[in-house]
Write a protein that binds this ligand. Sequence first.
Ligand SMILES: *Cc1c(COP(=O)(O)O)cnc(C)c1O
Length: 489
Amino acid sequence: MKYVSTRGGIETLSSAMAIKKGIADNGGLYVPDHIPLLTDTLFEKLVPMSYAERAAEILSLFLDDYDKTSLLSDCLRAYESGAFTDGAAPTVRFGENKYVLELFHGPTCAFKDMALQIMPRLLSRALKMTGEKRTAYILVATSGDTGKAALEGYRDVEGVRIKVFYPEDGVSDIQKLQMSTQEGGNVSVQAIEGNFDDAQNGVKKIFADAELNAELRGKGYILTSANSINWGRLAPQIVYYISSYADLYKQGEIKLGEKITFCVPTGNFGNIFAGYLAYRMGLPVKRFICASNMNNILTDFLDTGVYDRNREFYQTVSPSMDILISSNLERLLYFVSGPRKTAEYMKQLSETGRYGISANELSEIQSVFTGGYTDEEETLSEIKTVFKETGKLIDTHTAVAYRQAEKYAYETGEKVVTVSTASPYKFAADVLKALGKKQSFTHGALSPLYDLSSYTGTEIPAPLAKLEGKAIRFSGAVNKADMPATLLD
Ligand SMILES: *Cc1c(COP(=O)(O)O)cnc(C)c1O
């Protein structure tokens, strides 16, 4: 299996090289040059397996330059060594035709763990496989979820160091607590004075600073990123779609070959695109519902074929989906329009903020994708309704999708799996508000978690409960001009 750029060109790489490089020389994203098949024999083999075993089987099809035994040992360490509780990715029945694929049982209680618990191990092996002697120095600018998930994933991984920058006043109290108490010998966390853009621009400047890069190379480091466009983050996400189908079959909820629909709360289009690859492998999928919040640029695109980011940006209660550039959509365009047109659309997007695909391309996309968006009021009322009707708690991101899934299931009578991307405890303050409850302020930053637990009789997830009383390891903020200097310390 070779990897090529979504924007064409002659570059073809092994998966290890694609994972090490992250982005293609011509600005495109790496995609596999063909899609392996999920045969009946393979599916039957997967059914009795654990999540880690399924992951190793599926990953080995795409990462065929990796040794399969090593992949299995990495998957076992990622998904079955205690980092995930309740099984890595269980599919839970919520009601007639309604299921929820829970991806938030990892160490940071958000779905980014599904990829970031395995990706560092894939990178570490890629460095060895490509003869890299230097240490990979991962830089991340974060507005919250990604930073913590990356820290947890990369901590104490061989051949890697990680540094995360976050805006001092731009993350929630819980997120700040999660990052400042991070454990591990190869991690560091730095708050900066300013907002997320300052952190992001500071990191971009560091990557572009030739002198600093030379100095770091002299000390035995190469800079790299843990960005969501890296193939090493996307490939592991294919697994849980197939695994969910296998679980539904095993639980007797569906017949072999029966088509189901997935509804995915979407921001960068990475999660839902991984589902599309599973579908292209042969997974029986009827449809993908792409659920958005008020930043409904994808709903418009899927309705009209026009992607236009010249619009207002909203801050919503589902902040991880507050995105106007869905980078991974480029990979779908590649499969539908080919590399030449994809390069052209991306050029138009960067020059004018807008592009439009042809009617044929749109109808091909619409044959499997539907868009829909949920506004702020509906999101909060959905949390309350679901709790009242099923006794189950969902977070704000999941609620955005669940609302669309319910609409679809009601209209079609078909089975829908809503992909749940965060624990309700991660966004406890808004979930409490949705339930019509007030905060008590008894446990500092963790108060909403305790309130939610006592009101609903559910348990605070261990990784969040453990934050209480943990030692602060990283404190103090620096000016953004001093970001490069903190790397050399
Ligand atoms: C990142 C994230 C999303 C969006 O996923 P994409 O792959 O960017 O579409 C949705 N929900 C939560 C909680 C997230 O952290």
